[in-house]
Ligand binder design. Sequence first.
Ligand code: NAD
Length: 524
Amino acid sequence: MKTVGKMNAKVNGNVERKLMLIDGEWTASAGGEFIPVETPAKKGTIIAEVPRAMEADVDRSVKAAAKAFESWKRMSPRDRGKLMLKIAADMEAQSENLAKTLSLETGNAIRTQSRGEIALAADLFRFYGGVASEQKGETVPLGEQVLCYSRREPVGVVAGIIPWNSPILLGALKITMALTPGNTLILKPASDAPLAVLKMARICNAHLPRGVLNVVTGSGNECGTMLARHSGVRKLSLTGSSEVGKSIMAAAAERIVPVTLELGGKSPQIVFPDADDDHVVQSVINGMRFTRQGQSCTAGSRLFLHASIFDSFIDKLVKKLSTLKIGDPLDEATDIGAIINRMQFKKVCDYVKDGLEQKGSRLVMGGLPPKAGPLAQGYFMEPTIFTHIKNEWRIAREEVFGPVLVSIPWEDEEEAIRMANDSHYGLAAYVYSHDIGKALRTAHVIESGWIQVNQGLGILPGTSYGGFKQSGMGREYSLEGMLDKLYAAQVHHREPSVLTLQVHSPRCCKRSPGRVTFKSLQRL
Ligand code: NAD
């Protein structure tokens, strides 16, 4: 076996090689190659290596998932739900260990980020475990002689592809949403943050039949593309950038398979003149996800401040942000950790340079990262705020995915709403006003999938989450989201012992003749 990946990093003699999960077994890639995983808090330090999955590995995982599907789909939803609950309990029992790994590989601070992410991921297993039996069909009253009902059927093998910013949460989301209703899954974490996902997979694997959950590690261009194009995959579910979303949608179009896309954002935060207070300042900091280094799809990175409070609000914001501690993600005192990798760090720096070059823009906090000192040892950046930005500038239009907030003054409510909606994204939004009528009126005309009023919190299980426009399609975190992508198979009964079936799932089409008996219906 040899190591691949030309990163400017020294591989320590004692770097552990992790294995991936295919068909219930921990395995290296068929080619025997590995990819290094660097910790963002210490440039050049490799913390582990993971297999570089290629075509043969993807193919093996799809076959294993397809085989496992045959029996997994037959388990009652209630029993599948019970397994989700057991996984939730184990996740909670091992939460500290998971949180440490998560912080080490993502650079996210353990106290402000990773522990919460693990708790939310366990909550997701609990939520879907609890609603598993809600996989109900419906009866349709077509008349006395007809029994017409629908069943919700799993689609088969699902490919879940996730980014590096919240790998445990997003991994748990793909696992629960696919597995609970009877699909099987191949999960592909980002190559920058596969380690905590592999640990979560170990917990899941202790409870699940072999092949129900498979985790393949590798790059997007290689194993991600192969997975998206594999003919045995019946549904694609991506959380990632809008660019990759387009290629996933194209792959889905080739085979006409359903697709869920949770993509990027450039979300607005609108502050009305009556909301110039400390609670709103803290909510704007939360909404911008500064303690996640701004690396969140829902980061409220465009701040529309009423002109009459512009200066005083920015003053309070800078004061508050200056109290946050940046540094070692594993240090309990740290509020803000490191940016994920060299490439993303450079990308964020380029946006800062671009902002600095715009005529009229003002940098009021942060800026380019330090070149020396303890913070220069990792990919650390201070929270950065630009004022007097124009909504049409690149820095206000493109997703930076870093701790860079641009603020734009407004005078007229309609102008603020027009600027907020003038974006090809539509993921999240935040509105702040003590006049609840005004806040709700504004919330209703913002083109975003998730709008918060007077708070900047994170998503919770049970609420349907997803984007408008190029922020994506489909909904996650909710029961409706889970049921949405199942096949609705309709059954029509016309005579006492003979049934006419109208089915839309590939499984039933293959097996069912036009007429079946009650007995065979029970077997379906
Ligand atoms: P990315 O799109 O580069 O990668 C996401 C995943 O897709 C990774 O696993 C990657 O390996 C894989 N991938 C890359 N190219 C691929 C291809 N051609 N075919 C198949 N798979 C491929 O995103 P990233 O840089 O890892 O994450 C940041 C992006 O994710 C941001 O745009 C952010 O807004 C978005 N995001 C969205 C949500 C949401 O819920 N809407 C949540 C988190 C992150």
